[in-house]
Design a protein around this ligand. Structure first.
Ligand SMILES: [Ca+2]
Length: 310
């Protein structure tokens, strides 16, 4: 048997569909049909009478439970039968109306499902667009990082170059400072831009080189012809002078003993240098020309310079 609630609601629905009017109110937790103006309605007197009986019996049953339950059960069974009869008597137009409402509900559901599908597709497109945009930003960020790394490398290279140049300037300043601060050895004379000393005693090359060092200088070499000419102007007569130039370590390659670099200026006399005689390795200067002779045996005058730059 159907429960009371189902039967009651079915009765209400049947009356509503039949007459198009349904009034409800709450009384003691139960629902009542209170109005049915049509005298030939199915709800009146059969279903409404049964419903009222059921409700009245239930209200009375609050104080006499067992008897009330049996009576309600009996009346509900009768009501169920009557509802079956009402369902059978429902005209085709009522069925059609119900079917139409059900169809409307189905169409509404289909429409909602379509809207949901569209919204899901739109949301998916939006998410894809956001993802694509983020990927693009990531590519840009990678390029920015690469550019930053290249810029840092360039800056480091520039900094290293500047450091090298700065160190060169510092070295030059230090050299100038040393030159300014260095005392000029006694007996040396400024000739042109450098200090020289012309010795009036004769020595072999090795002794002359040692004596120049003992006086605080080096056996001399000329920077250029102009300097050689300036020194010539200071000489009182023509003599031969040792210069601080030899090729003892590498035949034919004459170096300055002061700077340990290739001699900056050489003006050879005819027949010199003699690279076939390996005993003639030291250079002397006479009458504006240079010759290579034996370093140990030949004794001539010598010229010293104060610096070791040339
Ligand atoms: Ca030689």
């Amino acid at each position: 048997m159907q429960n009371f609630g189902t039967i009651f609601l079915w009765a209400l629905a049947a009356c509503s569909l039949w007459k198009g009017s349904l009034a409800t109110s709450l009384r003691g937790g139960l629902m009542f049909l209170v109005d049915d103006p049509s005298p030939d309605s199915i709800c009146v007197p059969e279903i409404r009478s049964l419903l009222n009986d059921v409700v009245q019996t239930q209200n009375q049953g609050n104080t006499n439970t067992r008897e009330s339950d049996n009576e309600i059960k009996s009346k509900l069974e009768t009501l169920e039968v009557k509802i079956g009869e009402v369902q059978a008597k429902l005209p085709q137009e009522v069925h059609a109306k119900v079917e139409g409402q059900l169809q409307g509900l189905k169409e509404g559901q289909t429409k909602l499902e379509g809207q949901q599908t569209k919204m899901e597709a739109k949301l998916e497109d939006s998410l894809l667009a956001v993802k694509t945009k983020l990927e693009g930003q990531e590519v840009v960020l990678t390029k920015v990082k690469d550019s930053q790394a290249k810029l840092e490398g360039s800056l480091l290279a520039v900094q290293a170059k500047l450091d090298t140049q700065l160190q060169a300037v510092v070295n030059q300043l230090q050299a100038v400072s040393n030159k300014i601060d260095a005392p000029i050895p006694s007996g040396f004379t400024l000739i042109g831009s450098r200090y020289f000393l012309m010795e009036d005693e004769t020595e072999n090359w090795e002794t002359a080189e040692r004596r120049c060092r003992e006086m605080g200088g080096y056996l001399a070499s000329f920077r250029n012809e102009k300097e050689m000419y300036a020194v010539t102007q200071k000489l009182t007569d023509r003599k031969a002078y040792w210069l601080g130039i030899n090729d003892r370590d590498n035949e034919g390659h004459f170096v300055s003993v002061a700077s340990q670099k290739p001699a900056p200026f050489l003006k050879w006399a005819e027949g010199h240098p003699d690279v076939t005689n390996h005993e003639q390795n030291c250079v002397y200067w006479y009458n504006g020309e240079m010759s290579d002779i034996d370093c140990k045996t030949d004794a001539v005058y010598f010229i010293c310079q104060a610096d070791k730059e040339t």
